[in-house]
Design a protein around this ligand. Structure first.
Ligand code: NAD
Length: 262
């Protein structure tokens, strides 16, 4: 039985993760941590689950250490949670997006010390991982590419971590000297932001969950590769898979591909 802690347990992804862990017979939920927890006692997480301990401070959780923590919080908070956990020998599965390069360096160094491992994945949906892989493959054969990512309006970071990761992978393959579009923007930002030669456009609307379309263009043809998330449960198979194998993947792993053996 793997003991698991969830950080951000009262958030949208945290609640989904708590439910998924509780439903998995190989996993035991030991802590549910959230800064929004009002007290140190029992908190109702779902209609039928009342016995999970929810606490706002990890300092009060020194006993019954978990084997693995899952973090779905906010970038700067996640870094603190992860460094604290690695120090305690707790493996980390991190879905929180927006963690910067400097912080990744800190986590890489700490995970490299050998006491605990970490995986940071901008997207745990297996379909999204395949979308990135297929996009990287297509980039060799097309001249131009733009990414449109669409999310619910409460998403904090723009563009999404998945869009940045996708664009970086395409930019590493696509010809940087390819054709450039004519430029005359009458509305600032109309052409989105750039990761190398790849443009990213972020849409934020109620009614959306998480969606991304990668559009490649070349003479006389386009190719669209699209992934749609219609429910947050889609992230859970990837999260549970990572929780179960993280002890065997030394150091810091970025992305879900090594877990999926892609
Ligand atoms: P949310 O705002 O609904 O939830 C975040 C929760 O974290 C809140 O309940 C907040 O109180 C809590 N929190 C903040 N600081 C904390 C701390 N130090 N310790 C414990 N809890 C803390 O956000 P969300 O929609 O659940 O998304 C969370 C993160 O996950 C975001 O970065 C989002 O981009 C990312 N995300 C990743 C994936 C993926 O597959 N990797 C999928 C969806 C969302």
């Amino acid at each position: 039985m793997i003991k698991v802690a969830v950080f951000g347990a009262l958030g949208r992804m945290g609640r989904e993760t708590v439910s998924a862990i509780r439903a998995d017979e190989d996993l035991e939920l030991t802590w549910a941590v959230d800064v929004e927890a009002r007290d140190e006692g029992l908190t109702v997480l779902t209609d039928d689950v009342v016995e999970t301990r929810v606490t706002g401070s990890v300092e009060s959780l020194q006993s019954d250490l978990p084997d693995v923590m899952v973090d779905f919080t906010r970038a700067e908070e996640a870094v603190r949670n992860v460094l604290w956990s690695l120090d305690k020998g707790i493996h980390c599965v991190v879905g929180t997006t927006g963690i910067g390069e400097d912080d990744l360096g800190l986590i890489r160094a700490r995970a490299g010390e050998g006491t605990a491992n970490a995986i940071i994945a901008a997207n745990f949906a297996i379909g999204a991982v395949l979308m990135m892989r297929f996009s990287e493959a297509a980039a060799r054969y097309f001249d131009m590419c733009e990414v449109i990512e669409l999310h619910h309006r409460k998403k904090l970071d723009s563009p999404s971590g998945t869009a940045i990761a996708t664009a970086q992978r395409i930019a590493a393959v696509i010809d940087p000297e390819g054709p450039s579009p004519s430029r005359e923007d009458s509305v600032e930002g109309a052409r989105g932001g750039s990761v190398g030669p790849v443009r990213i456009h972020s849409v934020r609307l109620d009614g959306l969950v998480a969606h991304q379309e990668v559009i490649f263009g070349s003479t006389g043809q386009t190719l669209s590769i699209r992934h749609d998330t219609t429910d947050r449960s889609c992230f859970m198979p990837g999260v549970l898979m990572a929780v179960k194998v993280i002890a065997d993947i030394p150091g810091l792993t970025i992305g879900l591909e090594p877990v999926l053996d892609l």
